[in-house]
Design a protein around this ligand. Sequence first.
Ligand SMILES: NC(=O)c1ccc[n+]([C@@H]2O[C@H](COP(=O)([O-])OP(=O)(O)OC[C@H]3O[C@@H](n4cnc5c(N)ncnc54)[C@H](OP(=O)(O)O)[C@@H]3O)[C@@H](O)[C@H]2O)c1
Length: 232
Amino acid sequence: MKKRIALVTGANRGLGFETCHQLAQLGVTVILSARNVIKGTIAAKELAGRGLDVLFYRLDVSNQNNIIWIVDQIEQQFGKLDVLVNNAAILYDTWQNAFNADLEVVNHALTTNLFGPWKLSQVCIPLMKRNKYGRIVNVSSGAGSLNYMAGGTPAYSVSKAALNAFSRILAAELNGTGILVNSVDPGWVSTDMGGHGGRPVEEGVQGIVWAATLPNNGPSGGFFFDGKPSPW
Ligand SMILES: NC(=O)c1ccc[n+]([C@@H]2O[C@H](COP(=O)([O-])OP(=O)(O)OC[C@H]3O[C@@H](n4cnc5c(N)ncnc54)[C@H](OP(=O)(O)O)[C@@H]3O)[C@@H](O)[C@H]2O)c1
């Protein structure tokens, strides 16, 4: 079997970077993407320097033209894409509430956290369908779970709840195509976004890597924490 090709967004640091690391260690060719060329190049070089098959492509997920461009480049270079990890996200807006939220901020969160993964999935799916194989992992959050939802972080929480809904709808629509779509909550992880006190990134990405490497009879349309179903 030809080597699997994976695209990971927002991968210059945090969970995205470690996802690239662990997927590459499993023998996957990883496209480490980032919106900042310098940061992305340094991150990819660090992993390539450890003998891993990792390349850098620039991708700002809030830019739809950039999304179309990168998938076109991947098609030209590899002729296929097997795995998409929609990891990039912004705006854990602890400073606002739903009743006073700046809707420009909410819009900004939705553009990156929802429309980025949505558009990227749309553009990648035809490529995946060709080989009847695909794994789409939407990196979500417990903050997007209606089950646990309380007040606060409205932009972020609404964007992740919507991302979860997107995962379910897309999974149902792709049933039988060989493309599995799931949402994953990495838990509280020590990163720039998560701050101090969370679990290490090596643990946080376990569920992401699990969903990215599911067997053909694996689940689709679920919300998972460390490979176990999590309440929506
Ligand atoms: N850490 C946690 O406790 C936690 C908990 C639940 C869920 N999550 C989720 O896990 C994922 C990764 O989070 P993290 O903790 O690793 O966050 P992080 O350290 O803040 O990293 C976020 C990454 O996303 C990138 N990014 C932001 N906007 C982008 C854009 N428009 N285009 C491309 N890349 C963009 C950032 O790039 P720059 O360096 O250029 O800013 C950075 O590489 C996110 O989806 C987050 O919501 C995290």
